[in-house]
Design a protein around this ligand. Structure first.
Ligand code: ATP
Length: 380
């Protein structure tokens, strides 16, 4: 076959790649790639839906050997920044983290540049789209959906953070969901990094609305707790239907945060970055208690919801709840009930099977430790 052909029947593009590596077996072989739908476009790459076929049996056109569908992310190869994504996806293996199935490099016949391709399992939607679907009809996500999604984000973070991996770009468009099964997986490890203790990292990371306050003031010695701030922003967005802190420029982002949390403590700013040159926003922008402010901003969040939001949206990263504390929070007690039922979007009044929330690996059990009876209380 020619290197790149267009199949008229379904307008798919097919091309042969000499060496495609299976992430699980590490075995490489020649395969035909059939790309048939663009599903995402980011700052760095394109994501297409595709299938793969071993080249050796390719002539049996209608054989059942087409594997997929996969989501193939294509980014320019050999930039130090992007090679981390492959490195990280090669070592991660968790129900709430997107799984890498195959990877390969391929020289584009258009611009003759080499692109790295990551073929991942494909989920139907992003959390961003799911939130929008409800806001477009002036609703917010049902409370049970908010719980199952937030719990799975925390579970992914427990795993990633224990490996030292900080995602650094948590936001609803980097969270994939299957609204039929309720399964959630974190994707886009293009900004992720293994943080080493006492090693600085760039502060200019993470999308503006989801940036932790320490990043806004230029802290370079941050921890994986910046992802917990992102979780708090995503949780708030699920209640609200729109991003909670929408700063119109990077420094005004801190002002938006202070409208909900009150002014940042000067010590917090100094500890984050003693040379922070920006505005301190030390004047209170509302009167009354912070909890009253939360109740006003998130009228439908429930008492447990306020408590969880307050525990994660903390200026001081050391005071922010950890992933295991979040998983054990009473906000998720409904999920632990043996009578738990939920109704997937579009399922009418037919109850849907719940995703597996508690199928912990021994690695996770070690991390959970003493909190296991709290996380798993009603099922024992
Ligand atoms: N495994 C997947 N399954 C389904 N859709 C996916 C998958 N991976 C990515 N996408 C889609 O492609 C979009 C872009 O992917 P990704 O965020 O990894 O790329 P990016 O270039 O880093 O984007 P950005 O610059 O917006 O962060 C996602 O928002 C999502 O819509």
């Amino acid at each position: 076959m020619s290197n790149r052909t267009t199949n008229q029947e379904d307008a798919a593009v097919e091309f042969l790649v000499d060496k495609i590596t299976n992430n699980e077996t590490n075995i490489s072989q020649a395969m035909v790639v059939r790309e048939y739908r663009k599903i995402g476009e980011g700052a760095f790459g394109t994501v297409v839906q595709a299938q793969l076929h071993p080249y050796e049996s390719y002539t049996q056109k209608d054989s059942d050997k087409w594997a997929g569908p996969f989501a193939i992310k294509r980014v320019p190869a050999q930039t130090e920044y992007k090679s981390r994504e492959l490195e990280i996806l090669r070592i991660t293996n968790h129900p709430n983290v997107i799984k890498l199935m195959y990877f390969f490099n391929y020289k584009s016949p258009q611009d003759h540049k080499v692109y790295q391709h990551l073929a991942m399992e494909c989920l139907p939607e992003t959390l961003q789209l799911e939130i929008r679907r409800f806001t477009s009809v002036k609703q917010s996500l049902p409370l049970t959906h908010i719980k199952i999604y937030c719990y799975q984000i925390a579970r992914a973070m427990l795993y990633l953070h224990a490996l030292g991996i900080c995602h650094r770009d948590i936001k609803p468009s980097n969270i994939l969901v299957d609204p039929k099964s309720g399964v959630l997986k974190i994707c886009d490890f293009g900004s992720a990094k293994r943080l080493e203790p006492n090693q600085p990292s760039v502060a200019y990371i993470c999308s503006r609305y989801y940036r932790a306050p320490e990043l806004i003031v230029g802290c370079t010695m941050y921890t994986t707790q910046i992802d917990i701030w992102g979780l708090g922003c995503v949780l708030g967005e699920m209640f609200l239907g729109r991003a909670v802190f929408q700063g119109s420029d990077p420094t005004l982002q801190l002002r938006e945060i202070s409208k909900l949390l009150g002014p940042p403590d000067k010590r917090f700013i100094f500890n984050s970055n003693p040379r922070y040159p920006g505005p301190l926003f030390s004047k209170p922008l509302f009167t009354g208690k912070v909890i009253d402010r939360f109740q006003k901003v998130f009228p439908n969040a429930t008492d447990e919801g306020y408590d969880l939001l307050l525990s994660v949206l903390q200026y001081d990263p050391a005071k922010r709840a950890t992933p295991v504390e979040i998983m054990a929070h009473s906000f998720f007690d409904e999920l632990r009930s043996k009578d738990f039922v939920w109704y997937a979007r579009g399922s009418g009044d037919v109850a849907s099977p719940a995703p597996s929330f508690f199928n912990f690996s021994s690695f996770e059990l070690d991390l959970i430790g003493k909190l296991l009876p709290k996380i798993y209380q009603f099922q024992q």
